[in-house]
Write a protein that binds this ligand. Structure first.
Ligand SMILES: Cc1cc2nc3c(=O)[nH]c(=O)nc-3n(C[C@H](O)[C@H](O)[C@H](O)COP(=O)(O)OP(=O)(O)OC[C@H]3O[C@@H](n4cnc5c(N)ncnc54)[C@H](O)[C@@H]3O)c2cc1C
Length: 370
């Protein structure tokens, strides 16, 4: 008989887990059901920058997870035949106004490139060279170029991965589910039995596990970004992502679409309403680089809820107290980068069993779940 697996959450972690459960050898022996209520998903709202290599974060496990995650996305793009609308290795530019900071960043880029060849070519660019790569800028700044950087449309990726998995072993149900105190999954049709359950519920993990007396140290954070339509922008899709110092990120998606984001609003928590002041702030940040942009260009606003742990690090794995349950959360501001790798690791351990050593990627789960 086929093993029955449930996934709660259809964000990047849940969708990647479902995709790898459908593609890894042994996946044909599984019957997988994914539940998602579609409310406030961080993945749908994400800016989509994949470029972890120049991060100054000192957490080595996070850095390993994020850089391996960025590399896995390159492979996933090929294997899942992702269109360039979904994933595009456009390169990223990180700017610095101070000459000394710029050279320090370039030195860091060279060191990191030696360890991570997937980062691709790195280069120091003058303001004029930045403008040559991003002709839409009216006020360019010098920066460091990373050829391996990419932009990713989180919502489109999730839809594509789920659609591919549905052709193999996945059923998707759009509904909110819960657990009873024994860890049984309760869906709209009543209690359901599964051999294993992955709880990839982002910022909602604490409330889902609470009935079992499990505490999860995760807090929600509201994030907002704006989508602009700028018809006179170059139509080509391959313009790089700009990560300016002290300003919001600038992500040209080609065909006149520009995304600017994102805010980090701790007080907003699970609030999904558009904050007008945040919209103004995002636009004014974008105008620092392109003074032609106006409020009339704004065609959309996205709001989502990030999940953060106290040390800003994600966690994932099997719960010792409830061995049928695997959890993942706390992906913070870089979950599009780390999510597919987390999904692949979770899928692998469900199919092949065992207790893999993931200490190169994370601290013990007991730091976050008790
Ligand atoms: C504005 C913004 C910009 C960002 N930009 C970037 C970026 O540029 N690069 C990057 O790498 N990362 C970025 N991120 C971070 C990234 O989007 C997140 O870390 C990642 O998407 C989290 O994925 P997840 O699958 O853990 O959670 P989510 O995407 O939040 O998915 C969890 C899902 O579980 C569902 N769910 C919860 N409870 C239940 C229940 N009881 N029943 C059914 N379903 C349930 C939710 O509705 C949701 O759909 C950004 C995030 C935001 C908000």
């Amino acid at each position: 008989m086929k093993k029955r697996i449930a996934i709660i959450g259809g964000g990047i972690v849940g969708a990647s887990t479902a995709y790898y459960l459908s593609t890894l050898p042994g996946g044909d022996q599984l019957d997988v059901t994914l539940y998602d209520d579609g409310v406030g998903q961080a993945t749908k709202a994400a800016a989509g920058i994949i470029s972890p290599w120049l991060s100054k974060r000192r957490n080595k496990q996070w850095y390993q997870l994020a850089t391996d995650g960025a590399s896995l996305l390159m492979t996933l793009a090929r294997k899942a035949n992702l269109s360039t609308e979904i994933y595009h290795q456009t390169g990223t530019i990180v700017t610095r106004t101070n000459e000394k900071d710029l050279h320090e960043l370039y030195t860091l880029a060279q060191e990191r490139q030696a360890e991570s060849p997937d980062m691709g070519e790195v280069a120091l660019l003058s303001a004029e060279e930045v403008q040559a790569r991003l002709p839409l800028l009216t006020r360019p700044q010098p920066g460091v170029w990373v050829a391996g950087g990419a932009r990713l449309d989180g919502q489109a990726l999730v839809e594509e991965l789920l659609s591919q998995a549905q052709q193999v072993n996945l059923t998707v149900k759009q509904e909110r589910v819960s657990f009873d105190h024994e860890g049984q999954l309760i869906a709209s049709a009543g209690a359901k039995r599964f051999d294993q359950i992955v709880v990839a519920a982002g910022a909602w993990l604490p409330e889902l596990l609470a009935p079992m007396g499990i505490k999860v140290a995760v807090r929600p954070q509201k994030g907002q970004l704006i989508v602009l339509n700028v018809p006179d922008y170059p139509t080509q899709e391959n313009m790089p992502v700009l990560m300016p110092e002290g300003e919001r990120d600038f992500i040209p998606f080609g065909h006149g679409k520009l995304v600017v984001g994102a805010t980090h609003d701790d007080e907003g928590q699970f609030d999904l309403s558009v904050t007008p002041d945040a919209t103004t702030d995002l636009l004014s940040s974008a105008q620092h680089f392109d003074d032609q942009l106006t409020a009339d260009s704004i065609v959309g606003t996205k709001v989502g809820t990030r999940a953060y742990t106290a040390d800003f690090a994600p966690f994932f794995g099997r719960l010792q107290s409830h061995p049928k349950l695997l959890v993942a959360s706390g992906l913070g501001a870089s979950g599009l980068t780390t999510g597919p790798l987390i999904g692949q690791l979770l899928a692998g351990t469900m199919i092949y069993g065992g207790t893999p050593d993931w200490s190169k990627y994370q601290k013990s789960l007991t730091n976050y779940v008790s």
